[in-house]
Design a protein around this ligand. Structure first.
Ligand code: ZN
Length: 315
C-alpha cells in the first residue's frame, strides 16, 4: 500500500489498495483518496464524506469502510474520498467552505476556475464521472438533531433511478426520502450525470457516535453486496418511503426553543418551535405544517433568518 499523488493514468494493478491525494487547485494536500481495486472486474462505486466538515460519523465511517474492504475478494472497484471539505473540517465550521462561505453541497457539479468550494466540487465530479454508483455520507452537524435517513432522486433515466432506489433500500436505514434534490447537491449532480447516487445521514449534533458510524459502515457494505462488489448475499430490510419533505426556515434572527423530537409523529398545527427575542418575549410560535414524522430539527438556541428550524416528512 502506498501514498502517492492520485494517478489519473489509472495504472493500479488488480487486487490492490492505493492511497493518494486528489489534486484541487489552490488546496495544498487536496482530498485524501483511497481506491480499492478488486482482483476481479465488476462495478465501480464512489463513496464521499466530509462534504460538510463537522459531520463526523460519515467521515469516520468512510475511513473505516475503506480500510475494511478486501481487495483479494472485491469484484470491481471502490474509490473513497473520506474528507472532501478539509478546510471546513480543520476550521470546525458548519455547512460552508471557510474560504468562500459557500455550502459545498449547493455548488455541485462545480467549476474548474471557480472559488474553492466550486473547485472542490469539480474535482469530486471528475472522479464521480468514472463510476456508475455514488454514496455521499452525511450526519447531523453541530446544531442538527436528525432521524437517520437515506435520500435519493426519482429523476434521471429509469435504470439510474431504479438502481439508486435499490441502493437506498440496501442501506439498512428504514427511512427513505424520495426527493428531486436541492439544486447543487451531490446526489442531484450525480443523477444528472447518469450516476446512481444516494445521500445517507447517520449520527447527529456533531458527535462521533459509534452507533452512527457503524450504521454507515454496515450500509456501505450491504450496498456493495447488492451491487455485486462483495460476493455475499445482500441483506433485505423493511423500509418506508416518504415523498413529502418540508423544511421550515426561520423568518428572523432569534432564540429558538424546539418543541419536537426527531422521529416523532406529529400532526398539522402542533407546536414546532418557539422563537423569542433576547429578553424571552415570544416572537413566533411556528406550527408543524403537515402530518408526518420529524426528520430533523435545529438544536441551537441561536437561529438566523433563513436557517432550517425543522423538517417533517410524510409518505
Ligand atoms: Zn451534511
Amino acid at each position: 500500500m502506498s501514498e502517492t499523488l492520485w494517478d489519473p493514468a489509472d495504472t493500479q494493478p488488480p487486487g490492490t489498495r492505493v492511497r493518494g491525494r486528489l489534486p484541487v487547485p489552490g488546496l495544498p494536500g487536496g482530498i485524501p483518496a483511497t481506491r480499492v481495486r478488486g482482483a476481479e472486474p465488476g462495478p465501480a462505486l464512489l463513496v464521499t464524506a466530509g462534504v460538510h466538515g463537522g459531520e463526523y460519523c460519515g467521515i469516520e465511517a468512510a475511513i473505516q469502510f475503506a480500510n475494511a474492504l478486501d481487495p483479494a475478494t472485491l469484484r470491481g472497484e471502490v474509490t473513497i474520498l473520506a474528507l472532501v471539505n478539509r478546510p471546513a473540517f480543520y476550521a470546525k465550521r458548519q455547512y460552508v467552505v471557510p474560504e468562500d462561505g459557500l455550502n459545498l453541497n449547493r455548488v455541485f457539479p462545480g467549476r474548474a476556475d471557480g472559488s474553492l468550494a466550486e473547485r472542490l466540487a469539480y474535482a469530486v465530479m471528475a472522479v464521480a464521472k468514472t463510476t456508475a454508483h455514488w454514496v455521499d455520507l452525511h450526519s447531523g452537524d453541530l446544531h442538527e438533531a436528525l432521524w437517520p435517513f437515506v435520500i435519493y432522486s426519482p429523476d434521471g433515466p429509469a435504470p439510474v433511478a431504479q438502481t439508486a432506489r435499490r441502493m437506498a433500500e440496501a442501506y439498512g436505514i428504514p427511512v427513505l426520502v424520495e426527493s428531486p434534490a436541492l439544486a447543487g447537491g451531490t446526489y442531484q449532480a450525480g443523477t444528472q450525470a447518469g450516476i446512481a447516487a444516494i445521500l445517507a445521514e447517520s449520527g447527529q449534533m456533531g458527535q462521533l457516535e459509534p452507533a452512527g458510524v457503524a450504521r454507515h459502515v454496515a450500509g456501505l457494505q450491504n450496498v456493495c453486496r447488492m451491487l455485486g462488489l462483495i460476493p455475499e448475499p445482500a441483506q433485505a430490510f423493511e423500509t418506508t418511503t416518504y415523498t413529502q419533505n418540508l423544511w421550515v426556515r426561520s423568518p428572523r434572527d432569534a432564540l429558538q426553543h424546539p418543541q419536537v423530537r426527531v422521529g416523532q409523529a406529529v400532526q398539522a398545527g402542533a407546536p414546532g418551535t418557539i422563537l423569542t427575542d433576547e429578553f424571552g418575549e415570544v416572537l413566533d410560535r411556528i406550527a408543524v405544517p403537515h402530518d408526518g414524522r420529524v426528520l430533523f430539527h435545529a438544536t441551537s438556541l441561536a437561529i438566523n433568518e433563513g436557517d432550517p428550524l425543522f423538517a417533517v416528512v410524510a409518505p
